[in-house]
Design a protein around this ligand. Structure first.
Ligand SMILES: Nc1ncnc2c1ncn2[C@@H]1O[C@H](COP(=O)(O)OP(=O)(O)O)[C@@H](O)[C@H]1O
Ligand SMILES: [Mg+2]
Length: 257
């Protein structure tokens, strides 16, 4: 079976001369269908750039990216975005403040010329646990968690196969963070989705993901999985440092068992 996402030797470079940064450097990742795959590493390690490169939002200087068995087209076309959707960290920044939830959710449907908008919007809101009363609210009338639910509904409304989740809970309080992670887990099971979850927080990644890659300075340091990490098995000293730096990693991971 072909992988859902296959990244081979991806390199992304920003700037030139003395300002040159290889944000992603010879990076390889294979994500199976229906898998929830994690990318973890400290700030600046290149996690977001990997997701952005998949979506065509960061320029690949080398390597290849295939989704659903096909090389991704440049520029990414409508078919790509009906397969792959991204959810960002900041639900304040990613939702237009002057649009109602209804407008936010209608926009992708109009762009993709999908009919049956009322039914699709109601279904997407229901999926993320928001009732019909939320449809005509503005982002400022929602809590942080509700906003992130709207952002997830917007990503799901085109019925994609893949969600790229960039620090989807990092802006939220701990209790809301757990709610959103549980919601994401349920949605993945219900819709047969494939996830790539990016986080600086090892506890978040191991909550949702089986396999994961630890990144540092644009490179994959170690590919491992949640059970191995919980058992304290790490191949690289850097991963161990990251575990020690993640407050409550051991406790948080035990409570998700
Ligand atoms: N648009 C950009 N222009 C210049 N440098 C960038 C840009 N985006 C990211 N970088 C740099 O690339 C590196 C990786 O960034 P990023 O992928 O955002 O890391 P992470 O998501 O792991 O925090 C950092 O050094 C960052 O400063
Ligand atoms: Mg980032």
């Amino acid at each position: 079976m072909t992988a859902m996402i296959e990244i081979e030797k991806l390199t992304v470079v920003f700037g030139s001369g003395s300002l040159r940064v290889a944000a992603v450097d010879d990076f390889t990742m294979r994500v199976d269908r229906g898998e929830s795959f994690g990318l973890v590493g400290e700030s600046g390690s290149g996690k977001s750039t990997v997701l952005r490169a998949v979506c065509g939002l960061a320029p690949a200087a080398g390597g290849s990216i295939a989704v659903d068995g096909k090389p991704v087209p440049t520029p990414r076309d409508r078919a790509f975005y009906s397969t792959v959707q991204m959810v960002f960290q900041d639900p304040y920044g990613s939702l237009h403040p002057r649009q109602t939830v209804d407008q936010i959710l209608s926009e992708p449907l109009s762009i993709h010329r999908l009919g049956d908008q009322d039914r699709r919007i109601a279904a997407a809101l229901g999926d993320v646990g928001l009732g019909p009363s939320f449809r005509f609210r503005y982002p400022h009338q929602l809590s942080g968690g509700q906003r992130q639910r709207v952002a997830i509904a917007r990503a799901l409304i085109l019925e994609p196969k893949v969600l790229l989740l960039d620090e989807p809970t990092s802006a939220l309080d701990a209790s809301v963070q757990a709610e959103i992670l549980n919601l994401l887990e349920r949605l993945r099971a219900e819709h047969g989705l494939t996830y790539v979850l990016v986080s600086h927080d090892l506890a978040v990644v191991t909550h949702l993901c089986g396999r994961l890659i630890v990144m540092r300075n644009g490179k994959a340091v170690e590919e491992t999985d949640a059970p191995r990490l919980r058992a304290g098995e790490t191949a690289s000293p850097y991963t161990r440092e990251l575990m020690q730096a993640t407050r409550g990693f051991t406790r948080a991971s035990q409570t998700t068992e």
